[in-house]
Design a protein around this ligand. Structure first.
Ligand code: CTP
Length: 217
């Protein structure tokens, strides 16, 4: 089956001024591994990527973005024709309410910054999805992994969520290894890994292909 897949990867950056931003330790490895695995499965792949230091996977269209707002705009623009959306990006949940156009000068005093929420990309796209599209979220959790992931699955209106532990020094951020617990509605649960991110990514793509094939029947 020839499928079109849209993947988001990496962190976003939310700027306080031209030289300071809020972000997170995501390196994009899982999203890039998924893009390569989807391409290897013969899918057409669009990859919307926050700032990372990874080579572009062969045969994949990469769309670089920096902020959550840019990621929403770019992902939204590519969402219509996609069969599968996989949101591995660690989107920043807040941005400074004011982004100063010039570098803030230090005063010797402390600094309080007011933050406002960013858009929830997955939840926004889920509201305008077609029923034949498959939406897969990633839940980065430091505790109560499955309970928190299931709550997100529901709240965001995805079909599946890959629960991903980011706790401690062996968490998923930056690691070459990963373990995912893939959770769906109606009690669907499958453990992928632990293993190299490339191998876990290939397993996830195989699983999604099987789900899509079953739906098409
Ligand atoms: N996500 C998104 N837009 C955001 C935040 C997250 O689309 N502004 C997506 C992520 O790409 C991921 C899923 O939502 O697929 C869950 O992200 P996660 O960071 O685990 O959860 P949050 O929604 O940020 O919730 P919390 O911070 O409370 O854990």
């Amino acid at each position: 089956m020839s499928l079109r897949c849209l993947i988001t990867a990496g962190p976003t950056r939310e700027f306080l001024d031209p030289v300071r931003f809020v972000s997170n330790p995501s390196t994009g490895k899982m999203g890039y591994a998924l893009a390569a695995a989807a391409r290897a499965a013969g899918w057409t792949v669009d990859l919307v990527s926050g700032p990372v230091s990874l080579p572009e996977p062969d045969g994949v269209m990469v769309y670089p973005v920096i902020t959550a707002a840019e990621m929403l705009r770019q992902t939204d623009a590519l969402f219509g024709p996609c069969d599968v959306l996989i949101m591995t990006a660690a989107v920043s949940d807040w941005r400074p309410k004011v982004s100063h156009p010039q570098k803030l000068k230090k005063t010797g005093e402390g600094l309080s910054v007011e933050f406002e929420p960013t858009e929830d990309i997955l939840a926004t796209l889920a509201r305008r999805r077609r029923p034949d599209q498959l939406l897969v979220g990633f839940a980065a959790e430091t505790e109560n992994l499955e309970a928190h992931a299931l709550a997100k699955l529901d709240r965001k209106g995805a079909d599946l969520i890959a629960a991903n532990s980011v706790a401690g020094p062996h968490g998923a951020f930056g690691s070459d290894q990963n373990k995912l617990i893939l959770l769906g509605r109606d009690g669907f649960r499958e453990v992928l890994g632990p293993g190299a991110k490339n191998a876990v990514a290939a397993s996830l793509i195989t699983r999604l292909a099987a789900l899509l094939a079953a739906r098409a029947r």
